[in-house]
Each structure stands twice: as C-alpha cells, then as structure tokens.
Design a protein around this ligand. Sequence first.
Ligand code: MLT
Length: 222
Amino acid sequence: MKENARKRSSPSELGFIHQFIPASNRPDQITLLLLHGTGGNEQDLIPLGRELYPRAAILSPRGKVLESGMPRFFRRLAEGVFDIEDLKFRTHELADFVEKASKAYGFDLRYVVSIGYSNGANIASSLLLIRPEIISSAVLFRAMVPFMPEKVPNLTGKNIFIGAGQYDPIVPREQSETLFSFLEKAGANVVLHFQKNSGHELGYDEISAAKDWLSNLPKNSP
Ligand code: MLT
C-alpha cells in the first residue's frame, strides 16, 4: 500500500484538525507528535518528522488559536508574552486530544516523542510541565520557558533535546539556558544544542544532531 493511501485526516471528531500517519514496519512503537510554529499547519513538520525518525507513526494537529489568521497553539499578548491562562487551558486540551487519538488510532501513549518548533515547542514544554504523562521524549526547537509552574514536575526518565539558535532574536540565550536548567532540575536527561550562526530559523546541523540524539535513545525509553 502506498504511504499516501494510508494517511488519514480527520477534521474534528477528536477536537483538532490533524493528520495521522501510521508507522510503517517499525518494531518499536514510536509516535511523533508534531507541533508547528505560528502560521503553520498540520502538514508543515511532516518532512522534518520523517527526517528525524523515519517510519515512525505521526500525529500532527493544527493549532486552534488564530492570530491574524495564523494558526497557533495558544494566545499571546505580544511576541514572547503569553496569555498563561489560555496556554494552560490549551495544554490540557492538546493533552486530552493526544489521549483520545491514542485510543482512536491504537498507538501506545508511553512512546510519544514530541517534535516542536517555536510556538509548537513552547506548548510541548508546557505539556512537560503540567501534563508530563503525554510525552516521553521531546525535541524542542527554539523553545522558551512557557511559565514557571508552582510545583516542579517529576520528569525522571524523560529525554529532551533543546535546539537553540545562537543569534535568535525571539529566544535569547538565557531563555534556552533557564529552560535547560529547569528541565534538568525536574529530573529529565536534557541536551542543549546551540546552532551556530542561526537565528529563529532551523539549521541543517541541528537537525542532524537531533536525529543522532534520537537514534541513540535507550530503546525502552522514548
Ligand atoms: C510564541 O509565541 O510561542 C513565541 O513567541 C514564538 C512564536 O511563535 O513566534
């Protein structure tokens, strides 16, 4: 069966417009949760997901908040200034969607690896803070500290790759370092990778670094 024939799109019954692509012949049962950046959609990160972890299942939702017509995963008041109440609400909504999708499509919730970029990486970080059971590993490209939770979550056993841009005008170096320290303090195995000569856009080296990192995760872990 051709891959295209196996793709399923569902507009709404699970609560999000999304794309699900089943795994093709993988002995492990990884599902990539792809979370796009501002102005993106459920198609955007599929090539990146394919590159990072070939043949894994893919669950790729479209953010439900519109900012001047551009999909996002939660509201912001200005660039880098988040509507925290909306962020928390949307984080739970997304986590509930992933749980429902795991039942509908039959993938194992214990092996969900989130790949997020920018706004998508920020809601992935928020999932780690308040619904950590949803993600076992994460690649966070250009993530910020979404908020400081009252309670430090227990992230023991979770593996997290943070991909930061050396000259990112949106995510200053201290943000990436604070996120790294916080996740590490919460017990996660965290790698912080700075992409040389890069801003908010992704570079080839970090994609290859993230791919190597993913392929070296313990097999029972992601
Ligand atoms: C955000 O709003 O999540 C960040 O400012 C990144 C962005 O989407 O531009």
